[in-house]
Design a protein around this ligand. Structure first.
Ligand SMILES: NC(=O)c1ccc[n+]([C@@H]2O[C@H](COP(=O)([O-])OP(=O)(O)OC[C@H]3O[C@@H](n4cnc5c(N)ncnc54)[C@H](OP(=O)(O)O)[C@@H]3O)[C@@H](O)[C@H]2O)c1
Length: 327
Protein backbone atom coordinates (compact mmCIF):
# COMPACT_ATOMS: atom_id res chain seq x y z
CA UNK A 1 0.00 0.00 0.00
CA UNK A 2 1.31 3.47 -0.90
CA UNK A 3 2.42 5.89 1.83
CA UNK A 4 0.63 9.22 1.53
CA UNK A 5 2.10 12.40 3.00
CA UNK A 6 0.66 15.88 3.45
CA UNK A 7 2.83 18.99 3.06
CA UNK A 8 1.32 21.96 4.94
CA UNK A 9 -1.18 21.26 7.73
CA UNK A 10 -3.84 23.86 6.96
CA UNK A 11 -7.56 23.84 6.25
CA UNK A 12 -7.65 21.60 3.18
CA UNK A 13 -5.03 19.28 4.69
CA UNK A 14 -7.48 18.58 7.50
CA UNK A 15 -10.20 17.66 5.01
CA UNK A 16 -7.79 15.47 3.07
CA UNK A 17 -6.86 13.65 6.29
CA UNK A 18 -10.56 12.99 6.95
CA UNK A 19 -10.83 11.65 3.41
CA UNK A 20 -7.90 9.27 3.92
CA UNK A 21 -9.56 8.00 7.09
CA UNK A 22 -12.31 6.65 4.87
CA UNK A 23 -9.80 5.03 2.48
CA UNK A 24 -7.82 2.87 4.92
CA UNK A 25 -7.93 -0.18 2.64
CA UNK A 26 -6.60 1.85 -0.32
CA UNK A 27 -3.85 4.13 0.99
CA UNK A 28 -1.78 4.58 4.13
CA UNK A 29 -2.03 7.96 5.89
CA UNK A 30 1.68 7.99 6.64
CA UNK A 31 3.19 11.43 7.28
CA UNK A 32 2.37 15.09 7.77
CA UNK A 33 4.82 17.99 7.61
CA UNK A 34 4.28 21.44 9.01
CA UNK A 35 6.59 24.37 9.63
CA UNK A 36 5.71 23.78 13.27
CA UNK A 37 6.55 20.41 14.84
CA UNK A 38 3.85 20.84 17.51
CA UNK A 39 1.24 21.48 14.84
CA UNK A 40 2.38 18.43 12.87
CA UNK A 41 2.30 16.27 16.01
CA UNK A 42 -1.23 17.38 16.86
CA UNK A 43 -2.38 16.84 13.27
CA UNK A 44 -0.83 13.35 13.20
CA UNK A 45 -2.44 12.45 16.53
CA UNK A 46 -5.85 13.82 15.51
CA UNK A 47 -5.87 11.96 12.19
CA UNK A 48 -3.90 8.81 13.00
CA UNK A 49 -0.81 9.57 10.87
CA UNK A 50 2.30 7.52 11.66
CA UNK A 51 4.88 10.32 11.30
CA UNK A 52 4.95 14.04 12.10
CA UNK A 53 7.67 16.32 10.74
CA UNK A 54 8.50 19.87 11.83
CA UNK A 55 9.82 20.83 8.41
CA UNK A 56 8.90 19.98 4.84
CA UNK A 57 12.54 19.12 4.02
CA UNK A 58 12.68 16.47 6.76
CA UNK A 59 9.58 14.77 5.43
CA UNK A 60 10.95 14.76 1.89
CA UNK A 61 14.11 13.03 3.16
CA UNK A 62 11.98 10.11 4.42
CA UNK A 63 12.39 7.31 1.83
CA UNK A 64 9.10 5.71 2.91
CA UNK A 65 7.04 8.63 1.54
CA UNK A 66 5.57 7.70 -1.86
CA UNK A 67 3.06 10.42 -2.71
CA UNK A 68 3.01 13.99 -1.40
CA UNK A 69 -0.11 16.15 -1.34
CA UNK A 70 1.02 19.79 -1.66
CA UNK A 71 -1.48 21.86 0.35
CA UNK A 72 0.24 25.23 0.71
CA UNK A 73 -0.86 28.67 -0.56
CA UNK A 74 -0.60 29.06 -4.36
CA UNK A 75 2.67 31.00 -4.28
CA UNK A 76 4.45 27.93 -2.87
CA UNK A 77 3.06 25.18 -5.13
CA UNK A 78 5.93 25.57 -7.58
CA UNK A 79 8.70 25.57 -4.95
CA UNK A 80 7.42 22.57 -3.03
CA UNK A 81 6.33 20.50 -6.00
CA UNK A 82 9.82 20.93 -7.47
CA UNK A 83 11.34 19.95 -4.10
CA UNK A 84 9.10 16.86 -3.88
CA UNK A 85 9.99 15.72 -7.40
CA UNK A 86 13.70 16.27 -6.76
CA UNK A 87 13.30 14.08 -3.67
CA UNK A 88 11.84 11.34 -5.88
CA UNK A 89 8.23 11.67 -4.69
CA UNK A 90 5.04 11.50 -6.71
CA UNK A 91 2.94 14.65 -6.27
CA UNK A 92 -0.71 15.60 -6.03
CA UNK A 93 -0.68 19.41 -6.02
CA UNK A 94 -3.66 21.53 -4.98
CA UNK A 95 -5.32 24.01 -7.33
CA UNK A 96 -4.55 26.54 -8.60
CA UNK A 97 -1.73 24.31 -9.82
CA UNK A 98 0.74 27.20 -10.01
CA UNK A 99 0.75 30.98 -10.25
CA UNK A 100 1.17 31.00 -14.04
CA UNK A 101 1.78 28.80 -17.06
CA UNK A 102 5.55 29.25 -16.87
CA UNK A 103 5.71 27.77 -13.36
CA UNK A 104 3.30 24.97 -14.32
CA UNK A 105 5.43 24.11 -17.36
CA UNK A 106 8.57 23.82 -15.22
CA UNK A 107 6.82 21.56 -12.70
CA UNK A 108 5.47 19.30 -15.45
CA UNK A 109 8.79 19.15 -17.32
CA UNK A 110 10.55 17.98 -14.16
CA UNK A 111 7.92 15.31 -13.41
CA UNK A 112 8.31 13.96 -16.94
CA UNK A 113 12.11 14.02 -16.70
CA UNK A 114 11.98 12.12 -13.40
CA UNK A 115 9.23 9.74 -14.52
CA UNK A 116 7.08 10.67 -11.49
CA UNK A 117 3.36 11.29 -11.28
CA UNK A 118 2.35 14.94 -11.06
CA UNK A 119 -1.39 15.58 -10.84
CA UNK A 120 -3.45 18.69 -10.15
CA UNK A 121 -5.84 18.22 -7.24
CA UNK A 122 -8.81 19.88 -8.96
CA UNK A 123 -11.41 17.53 -7.51
CA UNK A 124 -14.24 18.29 -9.93
CA UNK A 125 -12.26 16.72 -12.78
CA UNK A 126 -12.14 13.36 -10.98
CA UNK A 127 -15.65 13.18 -9.53
CA UNK A 128 -18.41 10.92 -10.93
CA UNK A 129 -20.59 13.97 -11.69
CA UNK A 130 -18.29 14.80 -14.55
CA UNK A 131 -19.07 11.55 -16.40
CA UNK A 132 -22.75 11.82 -15.50
CA UNK A 133 -22.90 15.26 -17.14
CA UNK A 134 -20.89 14.05 -20.17
CA UNK A 135 -23.30 11.11 -20.61
CA UNK A 136 -26.36 13.37 -20.52
CA UNK A 137 -24.78 15.65 -23.12
CA UNK A 138 -23.81 12.69 -25.33
CA UNK A 139 -27.35 11.28 -25.12
CA UNK A 140 -28.56 14.56 -26.63
CA UNK A 141 -31.11 15.11 -23.87
CA UNK A 142 -30.76 18.90 -24.16
CA UNK A 143 -29.91 19.02 -27.85
CA UNK A 144 -26.92 20.93 -29.14
CA UNK A 145 -25.09 22.95 -26.51
CA UNK A 146 -24.83 26.67 -27.17
CA UNK A 147 -24.14 28.42 -23.87
CA UNK A 148 -22.59 27.59 -20.50
CA UNK A 149 -22.78 29.72 -17.39
CA UNK A 150 -21.19 29.09 -14.01
CA UNK A 151 -20.39 30.98 -10.86
CA UNK A 152 -18.53 30.35 -7.64
CA UNK A 153 -18.48 32.91 -4.85
CA UNK A 154 -17.33 32.41 -1.27
CA UNK A 155 -17.03 35.08 1.39
CA UNK A 156 -13.40 34.35 2.23
CA UNK A 157 -11.64 37.69 2.57
CA UNK A 158 -10.81 36.76 6.19
CA UNK A 159 -8.41 34.11 4.85
CA UNK A 160 -4.92 35.58 4.70
CA UNK A 161 -3.82 33.39 1.78
CA UNK A 162 -6.82 34.55 -0.33
CA UNK A 163 -6.12 38.28 -0.04
CA UNK A 164 -2.33 38.45 0.30
CA UNK A 165 -0.63 39.13 -3.06
CA UNK A 166 2.62 37.57 -1.77
CA UNK A 167 0.78 34.26 -1.29
CA UNK A 168 -0.75 34.59 -4.78
CA UNK A 169 -4.22 35.33 -3.45
CA UNK A 170 -7.13 36.64 -5.49
CA UNK A 171 -10.49 35.31 -6.60
CA UNK A 172 -9.25 33.92 -9.91
CA UNK A 173 -6.61 31.49 -8.63
CA UNK A 174 -8.66 30.57 -5.59
CA UNK A 175 -12.22 30.17 -6.90
CA UNK A 176 -12.32 31.36 -10.53
CA UNK A 177 -10.40 28.24 -11.47
CA UNK A 178 -13.61 26.21 -10.89
CA UNK A 179 -15.94 27.98 -13.35
CA UNK A 180 -13.07 27.90 -15.88
CA UNK A 181 -12.70 24.14 -15.39
CA UNK A 182 -16.47 23.69 -15.57
CA UNK A 183 -16.60 25.50 -18.93
CA UNK A 184 -13.56 23.61 -20.19
CA UNK A 185 -15.02 20.20 -19.30
CA UNK A 186 -18.25 20.97 -21.15
CA UNK A 187 -17.03 23.12 -24.05
CA UNK A 188 -13.42 22.07 -24.60
CA UNK A 189 -10.74 24.66 -25.23
CA UNK A 190 -11.07 25.78 -28.83
CA UNK A 191 -11.37 29.39 -27.77
CA UNK A 192 -11.66 32.34 -30.16
CA UNK A 193 -11.41 35.00 -27.46
CA UNK A 194 -11.62 35.68 -23.75
CA UNK A 195 -12.87 38.96 -22.33
CA UNK A 196 -12.22 39.32 -18.61
CA UNK A 197 -12.61 42.04 -16.04
CA UNK A 198 -12.36 42.30 -12.28
CA UNK A 199 -13.02 44.48 -9.28
CA UNK A 200 -9.86 44.81 -7.22
CA UNK A 201 -9.63 44.14 -3.48
CA UNK A 202 -7.97 46.67 -1.18
CA UNK A 203 -4.85 44.49 -0.90
CA UNK A 204 -4.18 44.59 -4.65
CA UNK A 205 -5.55 41.22 -5.75
CA UNK A 206 -8.72 40.56 -7.75
CA UNK A 207 -11.86 40.40 -5.59
CA UNK A 208 -14.58 39.63 -8.17
CA UNK A 209 -14.04 38.41 -11.71
CA UNK A 210 -16.20 38.18 -14.79
CA UNK A 211 -15.05 36.03 -17.72
CA UNK A 212 -16.66 35.79 -21.13
CA UNK A 213 -15.42 33.10 -23.53
CA UNK A 214 -16.31 32.86 -27.19
CA UNK A 215 -15.54 29.48 -28.78
CA UNK A 216 -14.54 28.81 -32.38
CA UNK A 217 -17.83 26.96 -32.96
CA UNK A 218 -19.90 30.02 -32.01
CA UNK A 219 -20.71 28.86 -28.47
CA UNK A 220 -20.27 31.02 -25.39
CA UNK A 221 -19.43 30.72 -21.70
CA UNK A 222 -20.17 33.39 -19.15
CA UNK A 223 -18.52 32.90 -15.79
CA UNK A 224 -18.02 34.78 -12.56
CA UNK A 225 -16.20 34.23 -9.31
CA UNK A 226 -15.80 36.26 -6.17
CA UNK A 227 -14.33 36.12 -2.68
CA UNK A 228 -16.53 38.83 -1.15
CA UNK A 229 -19.98 37.17 -1.05
CA UNK A 230 -21.93 33.92 -1.32
CA UNK A 231 -23.54 32.79 -4.59
CA UNK A 232 -25.66 29.83 -5.71
CA UNK A 233 -22.54 28.14 -7.21
CA UNK A 234 -24.66 26.84 -10.04
CA UNK A 235 -23.54 25.73 -13.45
CA UNK A 236 -26.00 25.82 -16.33
CA UNK A 237 -25.46 24.04 -19.65
CA UNK A 238 -27.92 25.37 -22.21
CA UNK A 239 -28.86 23.48 -25.34
CA UNK A 240 -31.37 23.72 -28.18
CA UNK A 241 -33.82 21.33 -26.44
CA UNK A 242 -33.36 22.24 -22.78
CA UNK A 243 -30.75 22.77 -20.10
CA UNK A 244 -28.81 21.01 -17.35
CA UNK A 245 -28.35 22.65 -13.96
CA UNK A 246 -25.43 21.54 -11.79
CA UNK A 247 -25.72 22.24 -8.06
CA UNK A 248 -22.94 23.15 -7.10
CA UNK A 249 -20.02 23.36 -9.54
CA UNK A 250 -17.54 23.02 -6.67
CA UNK A 251 -18.47 19.45 -5.62
CA UNK A 252 -21.72 18.75 -7.52
CA UNK A 253 -24.50 17.20 -5.43
CA UNK A 254 -27.38 17.16 -7.88
CA UNK A 255 -27.81 17.37 -11.64
CA UNK A 256 -31.17 18.64 -12.88
CA UNK A 257 -32.34 18.19 -16.45
CA UNK A 258 -34.96 20.51 -17.95
CA UNK A 259 -36.54 19.98 -21.38
CA UNK A 260 -38.18 22.54 -23.60
CA UNK A 261 -41.96 22.69 -23.23
CA UNK A 262 -43.78 25.37 -25.16
CA UNK A 263 -42.02 28.64 -24.55
CA UNK A 264 -40.41 27.43 -21.34
CA UNK A 265 -38.77 24.32 -19.92
CA UNK A 266 -39.82 21.82 -17.27
CA UNK A 267 -37.83 19.59 -14.95
CA UNK A 268 -37.66 16.02 -16.27
CA UNK A 269 -35.09 14.47 -13.96
CA UNK A 270 -33.06 15.22 -10.89
CA UNK A 271 -30.02 13.00 -10.43
CA UNK A 272 -28.06 12.84 -7.16
CA UNK A 273 -24.36 12.01 -7.20
CA UNK A 274 -23.17 8.79 -5.52
CA UNK A 275 -22.53 8.93 -1.78
CA UNK A 276 -19.03 10.21 -1.12
CA UNK A 277 -16.53 10.40 1.75
CA UNK A 278 -15.75 14.08 1.15
CA UNK A 279 -15.44 14.19 -2.63
CA UNK A 280 -11.62 14.28 -2.50
CA UNK A 281 -11.29 10.49 -2.60
CA UNK A 282 -11.59 10.43 -6.40
CA UNK A 283 -8.44 12.48 -7.03
CA UNK A 284 -6.50 10.34 -4.53
CA UNK A 285 -7.73 7.14 -6.20
CA UNK A 286 -6.84 8.49 -9.65
CA UNK A 287 -3.33 9.39 -8.47
CA UNK A 288 -2.81 5.93 -6.93
CA UNK A 289 -4.01 4.22 -10.10
CA UNK A 290 -1.74 6.35 -12.28
CA UNK A 291 1.25 5.52 -10.07
CA UNK A 292 0.46 1.79 -10.28
CA UNK A 293 0.26 2.10 -14.06
CA UNK A 294 3.59 3.99 -14.24
CA UNK A 295 1.95 7.13 -15.61
CA UNK A 296 3.27 10.66 -15.07
CA UNK A 297 -0.19 12.22 -15.40
CA UNK A 298 -3.80 11.35 -14.63
CA UNK A 299 -6.08 10.88 -17.64
CA UNK A 300 -8.83 12.77 -15.78
CA UNK A 301 -6.66 15.93 -15.71
CA UNK A 302 -3.78 15.53 -18.16
CA UNK A 303 -0.85 17.95 -18.05
CA UNK A 304 -1.99 19.67 -21.22
CA UNK A 305 -5.35 20.52 -19.58
CA UNK A 306 -3.60 21.90 -16.51
CA UNK A 307 -1.42 24.06 -18.78
CA UNK A 308 -4.47 25.18 -20.76
CA UNK A 309 -6.29 26.36 -17.62
CA UNK A 310 -3.14 28.17 -16.50
CA UNK A 311 -2.98 29.88 -19.92
CA UNK A 312 -6.62 30.96 -19.57
CA UNK A 313 -5.94 32.39 -16.11
CA UNK A 314 -2.79 34.15 -17.38
CA UNK A 315 -4.91 35.78 -20.08
CA UNK A 316 -7.54 36.87 -17.55
CA UNK A 317 -4.91 38.39 -15.29
CA UNK A 318 -3.26 40.09 -18.28
CA UNK A 319 -6.61 41.77 -18.93
CA UNK A 320 -7.02 42.58 -15.21
CA UNK A 321 -3.54 44.16 -15.31
CA UNK A 322 -2.61 42.00 -12.31
CA UNK A 323 0.96 40.79 -11.84
CA UNK A 324 1.70 38.95 -8.60
CA UNK A 325 4.89 39.58 -6.59
CA UNK A 326 6.17 36.00 -7.06
CA UNK A 327 6.26 36.22 -10.89
N1 LIG B 1 -9.87 21.54 -3.48
C1 LIG B 1 -10.54 22.32 -2.67
O1 LIG B 1 -11.74 22.19 -2.49
C2 LIG B 1 -9.79 23.37 -1.90
C3 LIG B 1 -10.40 24.03 -0.84
C4 LIG B 1 -9.65 24.96 -0.12
C5 LIG B 1 -8.35 25.21 -0.49
N2 LIG B 1 -7.80 24.56 -1.56
C6 LIG B 1 -6.42 24.83 -1.96
O2 LIG B 1 -5.56 24.26 -1.00
C7 LIG B 1 -4.41 25.08 -0.82
C8 LIG B 1 -4.29 25.47 0.64
O3 LIG B 1 -5.48 26.13 1.03
P1 LIG B 1 -5.97 26.16 2.57
O4 LIG B 1 -7.31 26.77 2.57
O5 LIG B 1 -5.78 24.83 3.20
O6 LIG B 1 -4.92 27.21 3.18
P2 LIG B 1 -4.43 27.35 4.67
O7 LIG B 1 -5.47 26.88 5.63
O8 LIG B 1 -3.90 28.73 4.80
O9 LIG B 1 -3.24 26.31 4.76
C9 LIG B 1 -2.08 26.42 3.98
C10 LIG B 1 -0.93 25.80 4.74
O10 LIG B 1 0.25 26.02 3.97
C11 LIG B 1 1.36 26.08 4.84
N3 LIG B 1 2.22 27.23 4.52
C12 LIG B 1 3.51 27.14 4.12
N4 LIG B 1 4.04 28.35 3.94
C13 LIG B 1 3.06 29.24 4.23
C14 LIG B 1 3.03 30.67 4.26
N5 LIG B 1 4.08 31.43 3.91
N6 LIG B 1 1.89 31.25 4.62
C15 LIG B 1 0.81 30.52 4.96
N7 LIG B 1 0.79 29.17 4.96
C16 LIG B 1 1.92 28.54 4.61
C17 LIG B 1 0.83 26.19 6.27
O11 LIG B 1 1.00 24.92 6.85
P3 LIG B 1 2.02 24.69 8.07
O12 LIG B 1 1.88 25.89 8.96
O13 LIG B 1 1.51 23.45 8.66
O14 LIG B 1 3.40 24.56 7.50
C18 LIG B 1 -0.65 26.47 6.09
O15 LIG B 1 -1.41 25.92 7.13
C19 LIG B 1 -4.58 26.23 -1.80
O16 LIG B 1 -3.94 25.89 -2.99
C20 LIG B 1 -6.08 26.30 -2.02
O17 LIG B 1 -6.47 26.87 -3.25
C21 LIG B 1 -8.49 23.66 -2.24
Amino acid sequence: MRNFAILGAGWIADLMAKTLAGMRDEVHAYAVASRSFEKAQKFAADHGFEKAYGSYEEMLADPKVDLVYVATPHSLHHTWTIACLNAGKHVLCEKAFAVNEKQAGEMIALAREKGLLLAEAIWTRYQPARRMIDDLIQEGVIGKIEVVSANLDYFITHQERSVNPSLAGGALLDVGVYPLNFASMVMGNRIRRIVAGCVMYETGVDAKDHIFIEYENGCMATLYASMTDQSNRTGCICGTKGYIEVLNINNPQEIRVYRQEGNGSSLVSSIPVPKQITGYEYEVRAALTAIEEGKVECPEMPHEETLEIMRQMDECRRQFGLVLPCE
